[in-house]
Ligand binder design. Structure first.
Ligand code: C5P
Length: 220
């Protein structure tokens, strides 16, 4: 039967990735981290010494960009060629250029095709796909579409929990500027028609997971 698609969008630091993975686990669904693919491409370009701000050079790399992503919530990994980049793609030097890569329409179309293929071929009963434009572009016909938000203060606080106040300020600024750049490309701050908003500002992690699972159960 056709897998159930749960589409989740939201800004950086909304806890989207960990919440989406926990929701997938709770439902027995697969999990697709689309942001990791944009990050993996950024990593690939960095290793090859390609300037992410030159769209033509980025596009020319796509045929050589061999990435694989684990969609079992209990076996998550990101690979580029033979390199395991699961951790490397979270480094600030990668995060710093990912918005440049993400603003290239041809890159988005190329990745979106892969996302749709991964969703259609999943051996699970459903798949939780998470990113910035899943509810609007990648899977606008998904039976469940959610915008996961939290106040800016709450998002900054979660991201900088383990950091000193000095680096917390730097993390906050990096997050804000990334959201600003990404917002010029796709709107993930406002819920599109038919999209349910889950605001996690006053919820802890488990409560947020339950709230999202409830939305899925109600919609199905
Ligand atoms: O979700 P994450 O922070 O890992 O996403 C990394 C970057 O990938 C975002 O800042 C954005 O530039 C890009 N992205 C996107 N569309 C998506 C998912 C991520 O443009 N659906």
């Amino acid at each position: 039967s056709v897998p159930v698609i749960v589409a989740i969008d939201g800004p950086a630091g909304s806890g989207k990735s960990s919440v989406s993975r926990a929701v997938a686990r709770a439902l027995g669904f697969a999990y697709l981290d689309t942001g990791a693919s944009y990050r993996a491409l950024s990593w690939h370009l960095m290793v090859r010494g390609i300037d992410a701000s030159v769209a033509a050079d980025v596009i020319a790399e796509l045929p050589d960009f061999d990435f694989r992503i684990g969609t079992d919530p209990d076996d998550y990994y990101v690979r580029v060629g033979s390199a395991d980049v699961t951790d490397a793609i979270r480094e600030p030097r990668v995060t710093g250029v990912v918005s440049l890569v993400a603003r290239i329409p041809e890159v988005r179309r190329w990745l979106n095709e892969r996302f749709r293929a991964i969703m259609a071929a999943t051996p699970f009963d459903g798949i939780v796909a998470e990113g910035r434009d899943i509810t609007t572009v990648v899977a606008p016909d998904a039976p469940v579409r959610i915008l996961l938000t939290a106040s800016e203060d709450a998002r900054m606080a979660r991201r900088s929990k383990e950091l000193t106040s000095e680096s917390a300020a730097a993390v906050g600024e990096a997050l804000r500027s990334r959201d600003k750049a990404d917002s010029r490309v796709v709107d993930f701050m406002n819920a599109a028609d038919g999209v349910t908003t889950v605001d996690s500002t006053d919820l802890d992690f488990d409560q947020t997971v339950s709230a999202v699972v409830d939305v899925v159960q109600t919609a199905r």
